[in-house]
Design a protein around this ligand. Structure first.
Ligand code: GTP
Ligand code: MG
Length: 452
């Protein structure tokens, strides 16, 4: 359906990593330096995403970038909260993000959510770079605000330099343990074979020019064909989050990765039970950068084209699922689009058995990741669903005919208040964790103890 491909869309860059390793600070710095470059107006603030145009990027990267080397329009950054699984970021047939920045605290190295992010990057084949953040916390560091990292390193004492090197090699070693050959980015010849590590500080901005340069290079070289889209075609996107918004009811924060979405369009959205067919009442974007911090207000837009983040307000969205597809119907039979959405949901296959545990997760992507992890651990699943833990889940778990299966494994979900008494009265064990493999390990340990 890309026969009218004529325009290059903005590559989607996911920023991921362990809690507190500096994802949001890094994006703030990129936005902030853009503002101090006098380009505040050029930046578009989206729902869950920030669009930075090429000119602004080359302004920040200074001598490291020659804008005439690039013909992509810029980069669309998506921040992923640490507690929220990157696996929400799925799209038709794969990952929503074209490339990713894995943020690792240079002192902490790999942590559980770093490992989890790496697993997903590997499974989806998403190219990525590593931002080795917080170099400024190296003892004796002499900050060089906003400078390219090699210049900054020249300004450091031997002692500071060797301490940083030690930490960087630790991270390179951890990447290698995870099956990725990696090196400091300026030593990488072939970014298709090796992962580049960019030392930087979100606090002082040193190394940020380098990161932007590497990202532009990566997207230009490997993504150009995939960036060619029909900008006027029916929009396609992925739900990042379902949120109640005063005056609008349930809305879906969506990243549009293809085509265009217009106000009034009929859309099909993946829902808890079946696809939701509804008509868009409003397309909402945050107000420009300067205002967003003080007032959380939205601006209504008539249409929005890929790649972009937008909040969609429409009736009946309360059953929509994070990670589910959003499709504009326009000029096609509605039933055809409903089938498309169903087919895409079926792709997220969770094999269930007559006996097994109950699994609940916050998004479709994380449900899929949970199912994979449980299959590897040979734990059968009786029922798997997106959403918080409800009385019904406890009732279902109780029906398991083996004691060890009378369990609910919840990833990034809450126990609903009205389910609390049910859980107390039922012979059902609840496991909750924000790291998938820890959740599976907790359950396995429980089974072992039970069998002893
Ligand atoms: P979550 O969204 O909770 O997963 O965290 P995050 O990865 O977005 O981290 P965030 O940007 O909120 O930063 C966490 C803490 O680290 C904050 O106190 C930041 O000020 C601090 N921090 C982030 N980057 C740097 C850095 O480069 N240097 C120093 N010294 N502190 C930093
Ligand atoms: Mg954050």
């Amino acid at each position: 359906d890309h026969t009218h491909a004529d325009t290059l869309r903005t590559p989607i860059v996911a920023v991921l990593g362990h809690v507190d390793h500096g994802k949001t600070s890094l994006l703030d710095t990129i936005r902030g330096s853009a503002v101090s470059e006098g380009e505040a107006g050029a930046i578009t603030q989206h729902i869950g995403a920030t669009d930075i145009p090429l000119d602004t990027i080359s302004g920040m990267a200074g001598e490291l970038i020659d804008p005439s080397d690039f013909d992509l329009p810029g980069l669309l950054f998506i921040d992923t909260p640490g507690h929220h699984s990157f696996s929400t970021l799925r799209a038709r047939g794969g990952a929503l993000a074209d490339i990713a920045v894995l943020v690792v605290d240079v002192n902490d190295g790999f942590q559980p959510q770093t490992e989890e992010a790496i697993d997903i990057l590997r499974r989806t084949g998403t190219p990525f770079v590593v931002a080795a953040n917080k170099v400024d916390t190296t003892p004796g560091w002499n900050p060089q605000d906003g400078e390219p990292i090699q210049r900054s390193m020249e300004a450091q004492s031997e002692r500071a330099k060797s301490m940083l090197d030690e930490n960087l090699y630790e991270i390179i070693g951890q990447l290698s343990d995870a099956g990725f050959s990696a090196d400091l980015y300026w030593r990488v010849q072939d970014f298709q074979k090796n992962i580049g590590v960019v030392p930087l500080s979100a606090l002082t901005g040193e190394g940020v020019p380098d990161l932007l340069t590497v990202l532009m290079g990566l997207s230009q070289r490997f993504m150009k064909e995939e960036m060619a889209i029909d900008v006027t075609g029916p929009g396609e996107g992925t739900v990042l989050e379902v949120k109640d918004e005063r005056g609008f009811g349930a809305t879906v924060d969506t990243v549009v990765y293809d085509g265009v979405i217009r106000n009034g369009d009929t859309i099909v959205v993946g829902g808890q039970n079946e696809p939701i067919v509804t008509e868009i009442r409003a397309l909402l974007r945050p107000r420009p950068l300067a205002e967003i911090r003080t007032e959380k207000q939205f601006e209504k837009v008539g249409e929005i084209g890929a790649a972009a983040g937008v909040k969609i307000a429409a009736p009946d969205l309360d059953q929509a699922m994070a990670g589910a597809p959003v499709r504009v119907v326009r000029d096609r039979p509605e039933a055809e689009v409903v089938e498309e959405v169903k087919a895409e949901l079926a792709e997220i296959e969770v094999e269930t058995a007559d006996n097994g545990v109950v699994v609940k997760a916050d998004t479709l992507g994380s449900l899929e990741a949970m199912a994979n992890a449980l299959r590897e651990a040979e734990v059968p699943i009786l029922r798997a669903e997106v959403g918080d833990i409800a009385p019904r889940d406890i009732a279902v778990a109780e029906t398991a005919n083996q004691d060890e299966h009378k369990a609910i494994l919840g990833f990034n979900v809450d126990l609903l208040q009205n389910a609390e008494p049910d859980l107390e009265n039922a012979d059902v064990k609840l496991f909750k964790n924000e790291v998938i493999y820890q959740l599976v390990e907790d359950y396995e340990r429980y089974v072992e103890e039970k069998q002893r």
